[in-house]
Design a protein around this ligand. Structure first.
Ligand code: ADP
Ligand code: MG
Length: 639
């Protein structure tokens, strides 16, 4: 960002017809009235009887008195713009001020003191000639805005030209003639031609007052003579040199009819220029909409006002006391313009080869960015987290199975404990059906594989071994349950001894603690009680142990569940992050693609224009060659 350069220039006072009415108010300028402007190098203030008037002191980049030459103003404010324009930066210089304050004198100058435009034209060609490593193509156009209509000053009887806007060219005047120029003289001739086409009117204030804004434009294109890594792009810059029509107070000029209409248009467009400058000078966040579209002048100068251009403004002022109010208005405009910042950058059009090279670099950069974004690391992390999650799920399943197993074991133990308790009760007293209040207790005593035979015995020998010695009916069975009780319990079922051997209690291999597995039938009751009690307490202990283990496992399961859910969250978060990053990079790629398309389109247009111009020049060259040949021939033909 860089500020617009603003300078104020006072023209010499005019020799007045009535010395009292039109005395100079400029402290260095001869006759002094009550009020006068006091100036130094960069400051200016209004004095009333030598006392400063509050609110009328201003500071600018430069303040010039009547003795300054156009060459000095050019050197201080415009030369840098010209150098920058040759290097590819847009530039604009314009003169602003009331009618007859010296705008046209500043821009065009006189024979003895050439103005900014002729000085700039010469400087451009000189600077371009100095840049030995580049070739230049320079085009000029000259237009005026008169009564809010655009005329081409290089085309006689031109039609009103419209303003268009396109992505490739930005804001441009459609149909404006552009002349390719090779030297300063050619440009100055074109300027003369344009001047002749300008609208001048006669008002009381300035006999040859310009009634239109004129914009002289140079388009400077250049490319490197020899291909280099960075120099094969084409630079295009636009330089606007603008001479504005003067603001005026209508009663003062005495304008009427056509002049009055012109004056209104001029004042309106200058007012809009003032509005645009006011808006631009406001704080960035509060300034809102800039009314560039409200006038053709601001629309054409859009990039010069707060855009992509380096800009210098020379505000011209009349020193006479009678013009103090207008001068004050000009100074206020100038001090607003001082706050405006522009953002100029080199304008480059790339050749196909340069475009490819640049795109390769950009793609490489994007690839680096992608790598730099740790997407590979993230993917590794995601994989690892997935693995961890899978492992913890397996662990959870294993623990769940173990838990189930423990639960079953606990149930078995509880069941066995209940059974032992029951058998303890049974041993303590003679068993009768009436003692079993709970039918489940009775069921415990029932053999699971019983067959219902109403008239059968409680126990019979095995079908396979009828020999009493090999398979005796246990004699002491009676001490456990007599036949009647057995019959009552099993409702007349006969227990097959082979099947009886298969019941779970008998099938289990006897363990040292499991004293119930083989029960010695003749054991004394108190010993048996003791044994059962011991077994019972060991079972209880086992039960407690498995309960504790169960709780631990449950806790572990909870922890694993938590870990699992946090891993899931992390996974989804990192997935989201990666997606987001990928999305951003894709968008960047899209923008780059779009830019590339735009550049390609520009190149195509430029190529077309260039080949047209080449054709035109070739035909001109052929024609002039033919003329030269003819001349030579005719000279030879002469004796
Ligand atoms: P504007 O374009 O602002 O209406 P001009 O540039 O036409 O005013 O100036 C009006 C008159 O004042 C012209 O005759 C011009 O020669 C003269 N003039 C303006 N500025 C100067 C100057 N700095 N030195 C000499 N004459 C000047
Ligand atoms: Mg003028």
């Amino acid at each position: 960002m860089e500020k617009i350069s603003v300078a104020v220039r006072f023209r010499p006072p005019k020799p007045s017809v009535d010395a009292d009415a039109d005395s100079s108010s400029f402290s260095g300028g001869g006759a002094v009235g009550n009020r006068e402007w006091r100036i130094d190098d960069s400051g200016i203030s209004l004095l009333h009887r030598a006392v400063p008037v509050p609110g009328t002191s201003f500071v600018f980049d430069h303040v010039f008195n009547e003795s300054v030459t156009n060459a000095r103003i050019y050197g201080l404010l415009v030369r840098s713009l010209i150098r920058a324009a040759v290097d590819g930066f847009n530039g604009t210089a314009f003169a602003y001020g009331q009618t007859s304050s010296g705008k046209t004198f500043t821009m065009n100058g006189s024979g003895a003191d050439p103005g900014i435009i002729p000085l700039a034209v010469r400087d451009i060609f000189d600077t371009a000639a100095e840049a030995a490593d580049r070739v230049f193509l320079i085009r000029v156009s000259y237009m005026e805005i008169y009564n809010e209509e655009i005329n081409d000053l290089l085309t006689l009887g031109s039609e009103k030209l419209p303003i268009h806007e396109s992505l490739e060219r930005g804001v441009y005047v459609s149909g404006l003639r552009e002349e390719i120029v090779n030297n300063a003289e050619q440009v100055l001739q074109l300027l003369e031609l344009g001047e002749a086409n300008r609208h001048f009117g006669e008002t009381n204030m300035n006999v040859r007052s310009s009634r239109s804004h004129t914009i002289f434009r140079m388009v400077i294109e250049s490319s490197a003579k020899h291909q280099t890594n960075s120099g094969d792009a084409i630079r295009v810059s636009i330089l606007n040199l603008v001479d504005l029509a003067g603001s005026e107070r209508i009663p003062k000029t005495g304008a009427d009819g056509v002049r009055l209409k012109e004056g209104k248009h001029i004042n309106k467009s200058l007012m809009i220029l003032g509005n645009v400058i006011n808006k631009l000078s406001e704080n960035g966040k509060q300034r809102g909409h800039i009314p560039y579209r409200d006038s053709k002048l601001t629309r054409i100068l859009q990039s010069a006002l707060g855009g992509n251009a380096k800009t210098s403004i020379i505000c011209t002022a009349a020193p006479e006391e009678i013009h103090i109010e207008e001068t004050r208005g000009t100074l206020q405009f100038a001090s607003r313009a001082k706050c405006v910042s522009n953002c100029a950058q080199v304008n480059e059009i790339l050749t196909d080869a340069a475009l490819l090279k640049r795109q390769k670099l950009e793609i490489e950069e994007l690839r680096k960015k992608l790598q730099g974004s740790h997407s590979e690391d993230l993917e590794q992390l995601i994989l690892k987290q997935r693995n961890d999650m899978h492992k913890s799920e397996l662990e959870r399943d294993r623990l769940a199975m173990e838990l189930e197993e423990e639960r079953r074991l606990r149930e078995t133990l509880e069941h066995r404990l209940a059974k032992q308790k029951m058998s303890q009760n049974h041993n303590n007293t003679d068993i009768s059906v009436e003692q079993f209040a709970d039918s489940s207790q009775l069921d415990v005593l029932k053999t699971p594989d019983s067959k219902r035979t109403p008239d059968g015995f409680v126990a019979s020998r095995s079908h396979y071994l009828k020999d009493a010695e090999f398979c005796p009916i246990p004699e002491n069975l009676g001490s456990v349950a007599d036949e009647d009780l057995w019959m009552q319990l099993n409702k007349g079922c006969i227990t097959d001894l082979d099947m009886l051997e298969m019941t779970s209690d008998f099938k289990c291999p006897p363990s040292p603690e499991d004293t119930t597995a083989v029960v010695p039938l003749e054991e004394p009751i108190d010993v048996r009680c003791l044994r059962l009690e011991t077994a019972c307490s060991s079972d209880r202990q086992q039960l407690e142990d498995s309960k504790a283990r169960c709780t631990t496992l449950e806790k572990e399961l909870e922890l694993l569940k938590e870990e699992n859910s946090s891993l899931r969250q992390e996974l989804s978060k990192s997935k989201h992050d990666t997606d987001h990053e990928k999305e951003g990079l894709l968008k960047e790629l899209e923008t780059e693609k779009y830019k590339m398309e735009e550049l390609k389109q520009d190149i195509r247009l430029f190529r077309q224009a260039f080949s047209q111009r080449q054709g035109h020049l070739t035909s001109l060259y052929t024609k002039s060659k033919a003329i030269v040949e003819n001349c030579k021939a005719s000279r030879v033909a002469l004796p």
